[in-house]
Write a protein that binds this ligand. Structure first.
Ligand code: RFL
Ligand code: PHB
Length: 396
């Protein structure tokens, strides 16, 4: 097989890139390790920057989001167990955000791909990238076996002009860049988040909580679907968190006035995510270009991961479209352009993680410094504007 752009990974980054390239008439094939149902079963992001909202609209993906998404304009932080600091992003920087689940975006992207008859290869095993520093790279994989690895797979090969590595943190694309040419920056946090979905009405606001028992977060997916998280030790498993314990812990971390409004119920999904910051530089190697979690990870505290993936894809799609028309300049600048934004979001997510969590071994000094920063944020319109500007997303 031959195509112009081989896209590895059918998550949000890979399928949005495919969607944009299709509108520009650029041939591409998407190759995904998992099944479609598996990708759709992952519960992840929920808060979209306004730039992400406008991007999805611009490419004809906004219809269901505009119908079902929940626009909001306050970032709320409970602290000292009683006060809620509320930052109005419209007052501070004139922008809002949208609560709309990544699962819904992924469904919208797959539906759009079905409508245009797009080529997505699911359950591709042993994906490998070849000849990336030549002008004739290729991708091979085995198909026909189950993703459990049973025998009988056939080796497929796709020749292409460019490879987009959109295969997430555990993918093969980043690993295809020789270790000596790649620099990695990493920070692993000493805790995770356990998150649940429950079919109960959410709080009407997005509420982060800094509490002596640890961080908590109340978010939403729809009028009858809530998403909640609490900070937990890295050694915990979901079995350590029966629903009763989760609700007790969440409510115990919120001010009473907020806790009283929470409607509890059985969880329909429960998972633990470790918190990590990670950046790989550069984001390109020969004809390979990384986008999304394949190149960087942020802790979810700033709600930046999916939004960064969308920004990468915007820059990369412009670069690929220009290159296919004979202008290689924007693609050559892709890594530098994307990394400038990546480090902005990495720094912001690291800062917000430090502000809102309790760290093992946190001293009284650390504690007072954290409280002072929250106090300053509650008093200073300038500090609120600086936070709001980054939370809603800087211009592309
Ligand atoms: P994905 O979503 O991981 O998709 C990569 C795809 O590549 C496939 N793959 C391969 N395919 C072929 N060959 C291989 N060798 C492959 N290896 C892997 C995978 O199966 C997968 O389908 O990466 P992508 O597209 O870059 O998208 C990134 C986002 O998923 C991620 O950044 C966000 O979910 C992060 N995130 C949040 N981001 C936000 O912007 N706002 C939020 O509110 C937010 N909340 C979150 C989050 C992530 C969380 N977790 C679970 C880490 C909350 C949580 C709890
Ligand atoms: C979510 O709704 O899943 C969510 C919201 C805000 C975050 C992270 C996750 O910072």
């Amino acid at each position: 097989m031959r195509t112009q752009v081989a896209i590895i990974g059918a998550g949000p980054a890979g399928t949005l890139l495919a969607h944009i390239l299709a509108q520009a008439g650029i041939e591409h094939v998407v190759i995904e390790r998992q099944s479609r149902d598996h990708v759709l079963s992952r519960i992840r992001a929920g808060v979209l920057e306004w730039g992400t909202v406008e991007t999805l609209r611009r490419y004809g993906l906004g219809e269901r989001m505009d119908r079902d998404g929940h626009v909001h304009n306050t970032i709320n932080i409970a602290w000292r167990g009683e006060e809620v600091l509320s930052i109005d992003t419209v007052d501070r920087v004139g922008k809002r955000m949208m609560a709309y689940g990544q699962t819904n975006i992924q469904e919208d992207l797959y539906r759009a791909a079905d409508e245009r008859g797009a080529a997505i290869v699911f359950e591709a095993d042993d994906v490998a990238l070849h000849d990336l520093t030549t002008d004739h790279p290729s991708v091979t994989w085995s198909s026909g076996g189950s993703s459990g690895g049973s025998a009988g797979g056939r080796t497929e090969r796709l020749d292409c002009d460019y490879v987009a590595g959109c295969d997430g943190f555990h993918g093969v694309a980043r690993q295809s860049i020789p270790a000596g040419l790649r620099r990695e920056f990493e920070k692993v946090y000493p805790f995770g988040w356990i998150g649940i979905l429950s079919e109960t009405p959410p709080l009407p606001i997005l509420l982060y909580a800094n509490h002596e028992r640890g961080f908590g977060l109340c978010s939403m997916r729809s009028p009858m679907l809530s998403r909640y998280y609490v900070q937990c030790p890295l050694t915990d498993t979901v079995d350590d968190w029966p629903d009763d314990r989760f609700w007790t812990e969440l409510l115990g971390r919120l001010p009473r006035s907020q806790a009283e409004q929470i409607v509890t119920g059985p969880s329909i999904e429960k998972s633990i995510a470790p918190l990590r910051s990670f950046v790989a530089e550069p984001m390109s190697h020969g004809r390979l270009f990384l986008a999304g979690d394949a190149a960087h990870i942020v802790p979810p505290t700033g709600a930046k991961g999916l939004n960064l993936a969308v920004a990468d894809v915007l820059y990369l799609s412009h670069g690929l479209i220009a290159a296919c028309k004979g202008d290689p300049g924007p693609l050559e600048r892709y890594s530098d352009t994307a990394l400038r934004r990546v480090w902005g979001s990495v720094r912001f997510s690291w800062w917000l993680t430090g502000l809102l969590h309790r760290f093992p071994g946190q001293t009284d000094f650390d504690q007072r410094a954290q409280e002072q920063e929250l106090y300053h944020l509650s008093q200073s319109a300038l500090a609120q504007a600086a936070m709001a500007e980054q939370y809603v997303g800087l211009p592309y």
